[in-house]
Design a binder for this molecule. Structure first.
Ligand SMILES: Cc1cc2nc3c(=O)[nH]c(=O)nc-3n(C[C@H](O)[C@H](O)[C@H](O)COP(=O)(O)O)c2cc1C
Length: 172
């Protein structure tokens, strides 16, 4: 597990290679295996494997999403607010599971933040995506995880990255 965690980096450049169905299937299994507060399971996942749709989603906010137009696949991670008051936490864990399983499959990912982000002065990134994908208003969107084959390698982390001063034992 630690090897995988040291290796994972945010990948924003992808090749054109499609993701094999079995790999995508295992990534989605990982998403569905994430723990859930009170076993409420509020998370919903929308898989986008059509380039045209990913292109539309890539303009959901002015910065930090443009690279989505070159990803072979993306997964919208969203939560039903009527099912859980902690859907954000549940979705964040599921999104992380997606990223880690994708790394295990030799793929690259990047989290694209949607919650609290704006499409423009009048519309949120969330409502723009809800319109594009016909997502009802009770399903709130946390993030899009862009997935694809990495176009080039990014160095993994080593122990110098660890901010050990953030660790506390028994009291702060
Ligand atoms: C909650 C969260 C939101 C993020 N939002 C974006 C984003 O909108 N666009 C983007 O390109 N990267 C985004 N990232 C990726 C971070 O920029 C990246 O994780 C950070 O720079 C550390 O780099 P690493 O993932 O390679 O270790 C986000 C990461 C997290 C955890």
């Amino acid at each position: 597990m630690l090897d995988l965690l040291y290796k994972r980096r945010s990948i924003r450049k992808f090749t054109n290679q499609d993701i094999e169905a079995e790999k995508l299937d295992r990534i989605l299994q990982a998403a569905l295996l994430a723990p859930s507060s009170k076993s409420a399971y509020p998370c919903e996942f929308v898989v986008i494997d059509e380039k045209q749709i990913n292109e539309k989603l890539s303009v959901c906010k002015p910065l930090g999403a443009g690279f989505l137009k070159n990803a072979s696949c993306s997964i919208i991670v969203a939560g039903d607010v009527t099912k859980s008051d902690v859907w954000i936490e549940d979705c964040a864990i599921a999104a992380s599971f997606i990223q880690l399983q994708a790394e295990k499959e030799g793929l690259g990912t990047c989290w694209i933040q949607i919650r609290e982000r704006e499409y423009n002065d009048e519309q949120s990134a969330e409502s723009y995506i809800q319109e594009v994908l016909n997502i009802p208003s009770n399903i709130k969107i946390l993030a899009i995880i862009a997935i694809g084959y990495k176009d080039g390698e990014k160095a993994g982390r080593d122990e110098t990255h660890l901010k050990k001063e953030k660790l506390h034992t028994n009291s702060f």
